[in-house]
Structures are given as structure tokens and as C-alpha cells.
Design a protein around this ligand. Sequence first.
Ligand SMILES: Nc1ncnc2c1ncn2[C@@H]1O[C@H](COP(=O)(O)OP(=O)(O)OP(=O)(O)O)[C@@H](O)[C@H]1O
Length: 396
Amino acid sequence: MPILVVYNPVCGDCTAEHFFNTHVIPRLHTANLIPTEIIRTRASGDAGIETLRFLNRHKKDVTVVLGSGDGTLHEIVNYLAFTTDVEDDRVIHFVLVPCGTANALYASLFRPAPLEETVAYRLRSLEAFIGASTPRLLTLSLTSLSGPLGSHRGPHDSRPVASIVVTSTALHAAILKDSEKLRKEIPGIERFKVAAQQNITKWYASHVKLLPIPSSGVVLTYDPEEGDFVPFGSDVNGSALDVHGPFAYFLSTMNVDRLEPEFRINPMVSKSPPTGASIDVIMVRPQRDPTFTVDTPKAREKFAEKTVAVLTTAYQDGIHINLRYSLNGEITGGDGNTVVECFRCGGWEWIPDETDQDAHLLCADGTIFEIEKGGQATCRATSRTDTTLRNFHIHV
Ligand SMILES: Nc1ncnc2c1ncn2[C@@H]1O[C@H](COP(=O)(O)OP(=O)(O)OP(=O)(O)O)[C@@H](O)[C@H]1O
């Protein structure tokens, strides 16, 4: 199978080139897997263009050894997913070499073994490829934006945007937007914390519809007592579940249980892996707090402490999904409302309140889009049998 090696020299701490020259390419050679081509991206967008060119040159399934973060993978998938320039339904096998800032997909697929050396850990997908592993099919979510009168347009004008890792609004989208401005100054994941501080007191006015999982016709909700998902209600088969804001946090993931190596925001993705195309959603709605009375700047500031507290526990192996309010609004325990709501569904609609500009941001794998005033975003998990999309697999 032809092998394309692509790396992004400016992702993460800008050491991808060194890592590839020192470890990846020599290892491929010792395994007698000689790269057909090696591409060092020159600009944003290059990775997709080069991968398509490679596909057109080699009329068979191809392997792409990719040195980047999630953003470059997102770029390739979006460039190839909908293209009509490749006439057949060939499969693309990715070998991931984590070189980016967060590497959420890699961190979710590969957990470091105790005392495992960093280089060995970063070469796990490569070693799986060398060992002829069976690659795993990726689930994608497709998000389209519509305008005020229901006029449909994709984030890229005529088509939706595909996400591999995360599709979000509210705080997470605001963090991703603002953290990009800090990339030069703070190259590591600390920039996400700085951007979080800048946005933590905001609430986002929106109405959400959670769409049923196509295979079962239901929306599942996490029940801390069961420690697992249960169907939401008993009479809602086939219908969407309405959820009213405001929201402090609204985020959905596919394929990953974490957004950074230790930030396990959607633990159920790995604890109870989905069997078909579905999306796991995490949300925080401040008005579930039993001490909420009126929405004032002071109330938002006070609630921000709870948002920080609950999201911080995502770093403790994702225990935030079990936290509940006590009667006096503390989140140390109790048997009241869960602080975080966790759902598994087929997709969602986010319909922001026209008057709330901040609620109009959408993040797809770190790329930020703006929902038109009066419009909405619709996000759906793709079915594994959807033959109109290209098949993307990862060596694990
Ligand atoms: N040669 C290049 N010069 C400038 N930008 C580039 C180049 N090659 C790729 N890019 C862009 O760099 C951006 C960041 O890359 P990537 O997402 O892979 O790394 P990251 O943001 O550090 O990691 P992560 O997404 O895991 O947090 C991508 O949007 C990509 O388009």
C-alpha cells in the first residue's frame, strides 16, 4: 500500500520535523516500509491538498503517516470527505504521530503505560501499523449552519463541516477562539486555561434539541446511580428532546473521551463505547443549581466558581459526571440535580437566542464558525453505512 508521510512543522512546540527525522522515518525504514512520499506542510490547507494529490496518483487504498495535532487531521478529513475529485470509495488509513498541542484523538486511543518512555508512547500507532493492526473506522459528525429563514448553508458555503473530535458552542467554543490568539505566546495547553479565565462568567442563551440515535430511536442520558446510560423517558421514542438554556457549557465528542491527555470530559465514550453512530454531549446549565434565583452579573460570577470546580474534576478521570448539588447548592455530594448533564444521542440542534452574540460561536475540532443571527447549527453523527462519505480509519 502506498505510504504518504505528512507532518506539520509548526504544530505544538514545532518539533515534528525533528521527531520524524530522528524516529519515524528511520523506524519505517527498519521495518522495510519505505515512504512513497514525504511532505512537510508549507501552509494551512497544504495537508489536505497533498493527500488528495497522492490519492489521485495512486489508484488504491493509501496509508497516511501524519505528524500533527487534531487540527491538521481535521483539515485532511474535510478536504477529502466530500470531494468528487476522487472517483471511488477507497479507504484512507491514518497512522497518527502526536506532535500537536492537545492531540485529543491520540490521547483517547492510546493511554500511556506506567513508566512508558515518551518516544515509545508517541510511536504506538506507527508500531500498530508496522504490526499490521486492523485499523478502526472513525465516526464523524457533520454540522451545517442555517440562516434566519431556514436557508441552508454549510460552514464552507455549500457543504457541512465534519468533526472527528469535538463540536461545541458556549464556553468551549469561546476558549478555542480566544486561545488561538495566544498560540505564539503560550505554545502549550496552558493557553486553554488562560482563555477559559477570560470567558468563564459568560452564560449562553440558546434552545437545544437532542436528536435520537438513528439505530434505537432514543436519546440516552447518563444515570450516576446506574453508572451507565439509560433511555431518557419512556414515551419519547423517535422524537427529539428539548433542552432550554442558558448554558454555561455545551460540548459534544465523537471517538474521544478526552480533549487533552488528562481532561477526560466525556468518560462514557470509553467506559461504555457506542455501538453505532452517535454523539456524546456534556452540558452545564446554571439554572439547575437549587440556589439560583435571578440572572445577575453577580449570580454569573458566583456560578463561574462552580463551573470551574466541576470542569476541574474532569481532570480526575472524568468524575464530574457523577457530581450532584446538595440542597444548599454545594457540589460536594447530595442527591439533587447532577451539575453536569451527559447524553448520548444521534445529534443536536443549537438554536441561539438572537440577542446573545456570544451564543453564535461554533467550534468544530478547533475551527471556529459563526452562526448567522436568527439561524442555527445542526450536528449529526454519520452512519457507518453512509457510502457518500469517504472511509477514514486509524491504526490502533
Ligand atoms: N506549514 C504551516 N504553516 C502554518 N500553519 C500550518 C502549516 N501546516 C499546517 N498548518 C496549520 O497549523 C494548524 C495547527 O495544526 P494542528 O492542529 O495539527 O496542531 P495543534 O493545534 O498544535 O494541535 P491540536 O489540534 O492537537 O491542539 C492547522 O490549522 C494547520 O492548518
